[in-house]
Each structure stands twice: as structure tokens, then as C-alpha cells.
Design a protein around this ligand. Structure first.
Ligand SMILES: [Zn+2]
Length: 106
């Protein structure tokens, strides 16, 4: 009888380890999604990893967009297209080079 109880205890430990492993794996997957790793971790812990997988799966992929802007130091305007000189300042007869700025949006 004791043997079976001991066996069950080991099984519970193994189950917890597998459970936590799954939760951490889902959390890692979640970091690539819009929901984020922490939310995926919480959902997996509270509502089982199965719910966590579904939660991560339906969450849209985190879009890491690299947006390049060109800013004029003189007038402060930003442009999405590259110009050799600031078009606004050029109208006033001034030649100001644009600074390239790259931004990351999530
Ligand atoms: Zn300008």
C-alpha cells in the first residue's frame, strides 16, 4: 500500500515538472506574439497549458516594424520618403539635409 502512495507522489512531482515546463514553453512562444510572455504564462498557469496554447495561437504575431523616418532639423518636419534636402525648407530657398531615423514599433 505504501509503495503505491509513494508512486503517486512521484507521479505528481513529474506532472508538476511537465506542467511548469509546458507553461514556460508557452510563455516563450507568447513573447513572439502580441499577448506577450507574461500574459501567456498567467493564462497557462491558471487555465492549464492547453488554454495557454490556444491563447497564444489566437493572438496575432507581434509585428516588429522598422519604420524609417527622415527628419529635418531646421523645421522639425518628418518625412517617410527620402529627399536630398527638406522639401519644405527648399520652398523657402534653404537647403537642409534630412536625418535618417529608424524606429521599432510593436
Ligand atoms: Zn525643413
Amino acid at each position: 500500500m505504501y509503495y503505491y502512495q509513494d508512486f503517486d507522489f512521484e507521479m505528481i512531482i513529474i506532472a508538476i515538472v511537465i506542467y511548469l515546463f509546458l507553461v514556460i514553453s508557452i510563455a516563450k512562444l507568447g513573447t513572439y506574439k502580441k499577448c506577450g510572455g507574461i500574459k501567456a504564462l498567467v493564462v497557462s498557469l491558471l487555465f492549464t497549458p492547453v488554454a495557454g496554447i490556444i491563447y497564444v495561437a489566437i493572438s496575432p504575431v507581434k509585428s516588429v516594424l522598422k519604420i524609417v523616418h527622415y527628419r529635418c532639423h531646421h523645421c522639425g518636419l518628418e518625412f517617410t520618403n527620402h529627399h536630398k534636402y527638406c522639401p519644405t525648407c527648399l520652398k523657402e530657398g534653404e537647403k537642409h539635409r534630412l536625418e535618417r531615423i529608424s524606429m521599432r514599433t510593436y
